[in-house]
Design a binder for this molecule. Structure first.
Ligand SMILES: NC(=O)c1ccc[n+]([C@@H]2O[C@H](COP(=O)([O-])OP(=O)(O)OC[C@H]3O[C@@H](n4cnc5c(N)ncnc54)[C@H](O)[C@@H]3O)[C@@H](O)[C@H]2O)c1
Length: 279
């Protein structure tokens, strides 16, 4: 990143999971963070917690706002508030939010229900349309921002290894995650040539986030709570992923002024494994 420069960062889905971990990571490091999320309970909890993440001497500001990313008017209002809060400047946009749960999720595509199409609409809206609209609306802010030396603000889209590796009955999720890779590539060319704005994607594999939620804060459980030795051994890297692994990839992309339109896979090597029929 630009030396010790304090950044202004917008993170979607920052009330829980990977987004919350990124929120804490960057606020602790002295950067200002604006978080959007639709989960009221997690948002209220994170608002009570975030101030404890800041060091006493930090000048960083943070804000966590309710925003349903399925709603374009909500997104427009949120970006206007980001503009006011950050004095017209944004250094990093992280499109992280995704509807990871839902009534229609995980149903076979032959399922004859409205719920399965509602799930499709939601995942495409949150995981693909919202990053596109946010990217468009944030261009004026990112143009005056700064990431790597000599580079204006930057966009990082959180995709998934499921863009390339399928599991039964996850068509909507996979389509959104593959779609955001095409969006990343296309935006990197358009916004790069016009404004030098870099756009990259991070593809997480299995990142264990059960500790990144209000319910877990009340317990003393470590980040690896609930994982087995088999879970760890399944990964060539010897363990399941954690939020810090994603934060490191995001930091690399923020600070790398010659990297754009790229896909950084953070999956402990699972995507490189040959899979044979089970005995
Ligand atoms: N955890 C993993 O193993 C993993 C693996 C690959 C990719 N990812 C990706 O990483 C990102 C974060 O995943 P996570 O595991 O932390 O999930 P999570 O469900 O814990 O967090 C997602 C956040 O997005 C928010 N969100 C959902 N719908 C929204 C909406 N309509 N408006 C605003 N906010 C909304 C949720 O409230 C939640 O806070 C997602 O894009 C996910 O697809 C995660």
């Amino acid at each position: 990143m630009s030396g010790t420069q304090a950044l202004k960062i917008l993170i979607t889905g920052g009330a829980r999971g990977i987004g919350r971990g990124l929120f804490r990571h960057f606020l602790r490091a002295g950067h200002s963070v604006y978080v959007l999320d639709s989960n009221t309970a997690e948002l209220e909890h994170v608002k009570k917690t975030a101030e404890t993440w800041k060091s006493a001497s930090s000048q960083a500001v943070w804000k966590a706002s309710l925003c349903d990313l399925r709603d374009r008017a909500n997104i427009k209002a949120a970006v206007e508030d980001v503009r006011i809060t950050f004095d017209g400047k944004l250094d990093v946009l992280i499109n992280n939010a995704m509807a990871t749960e839902g009534v229609g999720a995980g149903r076979p595509m032959e399922d004859d229900s409205d719920e399965i199409m509602d799930d499709w609409d939601t995942k495409i809206a949150v995981g693909l349309t919202a990053p596109y609209l946010l990217g468009r609306l944030c261009v004026p802010l990112l143009k005056t921002g700064s990431s790597a030396p000599g580079s204006p603000g930057t966009i990082i889209n959180i995709s998934s290894t499921r863009a390339y590796q399928a599991e039964d009955n996850h068509e909507a999720y996979s389509a959104a995650k593959a779609g955001i890779l095409g969006l990343t590539q296309s935006m990197s060319v358009s916004l790069g040539h016009r404004h030098k704005i870099r756009v990259n994607a991070v593809l997480p594999g299995w990142i264990h986030v059960m500790n990144e939620r209000a319910e877990a804060d009340g317990s003393s459980a470590g980040w690896e709570e609930g994982l087995t030795k088999e879970d760890a051994d399944w990964h060539p890297a010897g363990r399941v992923g954690k939020v810090d692994d994603i934060a490191k990839a995001v930091e690399y992309l923020i600070g790398s002024g010659f990297v754009t339109g790229q896909e950084v896979v953070v999956d402990g090597g699972v995507g490189r494994k040959m899979v044979y029929p089970e005995e």
